[in-house]
Design a protein around this ligand. Sequence first.
Ligand code: CUA
Length: 336
Amino acid sequence: MLNELPLFPPEASTVAGRVDALFWFMVAASGLICLLVFGAMLIFVLKYRRRPGNEVAQRVSGTIPIEMSWTLIPLCLAMIPFVWGASLYLDMARPPADALEIYIVAKQWMWKAEHPDGQSEIDELHVPIGRPVKLTMISQDVIHSFYVPEFRIKTDVLPGRYTTTWFEATQPGQYHLFCAEYCGTAHSRMTGRLFALQPAEYAAWLQGGPTASPADQGRKLFQQLGCVACHEAGIAPNLQGLFGQGVQLANGQAVIADENYIRESILEPTAKVAAGYQPIMPSFAGRVNDEQLLELIAYIKSIGPQSAQPGQPANLPPRPGPEPSPSPASSGGRTP
Ligand code: CUA
């Protein structure tokens, strides 16, 4: 009968079982500790209660072994979910290199997805099963959160900064897509449907009227906006092979050319000027929207080395200042 309560959605991704296992371990461990603490409390309350001939408690001291054990044993116990959770978090924060990349733009109150072949959809997301899918996400207005309970993934979608998440669906079917961050009047209606399809069905779905790919549209924009006049004429850095590489800046610092750096360089070109170049590029803030920015980035990626991974410089001095937490700056919405 309990099975009929829809408390737990099906496990439909490769990490879902691992997330649930950790969850149930935490529930069991908390329950056990709760029993032990309340059990001991009850026993001591009865055993050491006030009675004739034993009215006043005695001061007890010098119990180092007991104090050590009640510190060290819980410490060791607490390390189990920490190590378990950290390894799961790292796996969930780092998309596999061969993942299919889909762009998500969130806005009040809808989800827009753009596939590598140019197919786009609203409040629906079609993905193949048995293949890692990486989502690169941004919001046009306020903070939203991309949440698919059946996949056990939830990642904030922020204005002005790309976040990523990834999953690999294991079961074909239709799943819920929720916004899990209160984002205004129609937050509760900012829902969608996620369709996990057999690879052949996904390929057939993609056939259903693709337009130009994001990279192709980015290439067109790159020409329309006049970027070529400088970037392919030596006045500004050549962008061929740039993506994922280290960039030496005029101020002596170095950055990785990831999604967030390219976005900043388009909207606020003087923020991080590449060494050896003049800060002459005009800002494109207000002239390109979030979807166009993603297309420009897709174009720059497409002319970059295929193997490049943001956050893994080939030969670069260590970045000044604190390192970003386990995930590269461009991925993983949450820091632990
Ligand atoms: Cu978008 Cu809540």
